[in-house]
Design a protein around this ligand. Structure first.
Ligand code: NAP
Length: 256
């Protein structure tokens, strides 16, 4: 729903789609904009404006920044949404708009972990070949490969999409956070013998790694994409939100 920005108010564009971004969006007053790709749930209870869908590449984003009087962009997209982060970086440079970014630190292996890197889908298939009951927690990527499942495997795919699965795969439509007990139950019930994961970082989805450690299971970890720098970078949503509230106070004072 569109809310009108008063006069020439300098506005914030928050790029989201993650729990971190939503936590920041909850602190944004009405004149400012929370932007989503449109892949997941669109929150209906925010004070700020919510817009959904792409901008039309870098040029489209530059036009948007100028037309909407955006004075600050905050990139709080998922660590694997590298295209959006690159577009934000390039568009902010072209439009001379400062860019902040929440760059969630990657998970680090702990003693007892057996992590195996994979740079892309082909490497994932190779790494899981010796196993029979993989759990995919990559998002919807695995759904496009359900027809390729070898006869020796049965997949459990957890993602934010309702899907019937097939005779060789069960799709679980579930949104985190996920907790230890629930993960233990899932691993036991589905007989999981390997996990396929993004290295998303953060607390919401890390319990599966602890359960893999407990059970001595390997984790095939999709390599993180490299992301561009930003003018200011934050490790977590809370510090970005606090800095943003300070920035909004300063802007408000300079505009009154
Ligand atoms: P992407 O590949 O970086 O972005 C693809 C295009 O989607 C962008 O170029 C942009 O279109 C549009 N877009 C992305 N985020 C947007 C936003 N916040 N507001 C407006 N438009 C946006 O990212 P992705 O396709 O969203 O996801 C890539 C990976 O990240 C996947 O592996 C996915 O599972 C993971 N991921 C994404 C989200 C999410 O909500 N985006 C959440 C969790 C995980 P234009 O070029 O037209 O502007």
């Amino acid at each position: 729903m569109r809310k009108e920005a008063p006069g020439n108010t300098k506005r914030v564009l928050l790029l989201g789609g993650t729990g971190d971004a939503l936590a920041i969006a909850r602190a944004l007053p009405p004149a400012h904009v929370y932007s989503l790709a449109g892949l997941g749930r669109v929150p209906g209870d925010l004070a700020c404006t919510v817009r959904v869908g792409g901008f039309g590449g870098i040029d489209g984003l530059v036009r948007y920044l100028r037309a909407e009087n955006i004075a600050l962009v905050v990139d709080a997209t998922h660590p694997y949404a590298a295209q959006m982060s690159r577009h934000a970086h390039d568009a902010c440079t072209l439009a001379d708009v400062p860019l902040w970014a929440v760059r969630r630190p990657a998970w680090q292996p702990q003693p007892g972990d057996d992590w195996r890197d994979a740079a892309g889908w082909r490497e994932i298939v190779d790494r899981i070949a010796p196993f029979h009951r993989p759990l995919f927690t990559l998002g919807r990527e695995a759904l496009g490969h359900l027809h390729e499942i070898p006869a020796s495997q049965y997949w459990t795919v957890r993602c934010l999409e309702a899907h019937a699965g097939n005779e060789r795969a069960k799709v679980i439509d579930a949104r985190g956070p996920f907790h230890l007990e629930g993960e233990r139950a899932l691993f036991g019930a589905a007989g999981i013998d390997v996990i396929v994961s993004k290295n998303s970082g953060g607390r919401a989805t890390e319990a599966k790694l602890a359960v893999a450690r407990e059970r001595g299971l390997p984790v095939v970890m999709l390599t993180r994409p490299s992301l561009p720098d930003a003018d200011t970078m934050f490790d977590d949503a809370a510090s970005a939100r606090d800095a943003l509230l300070n920035w909004l106070d300063r802007i408000h004072l300079s505009e009154t």
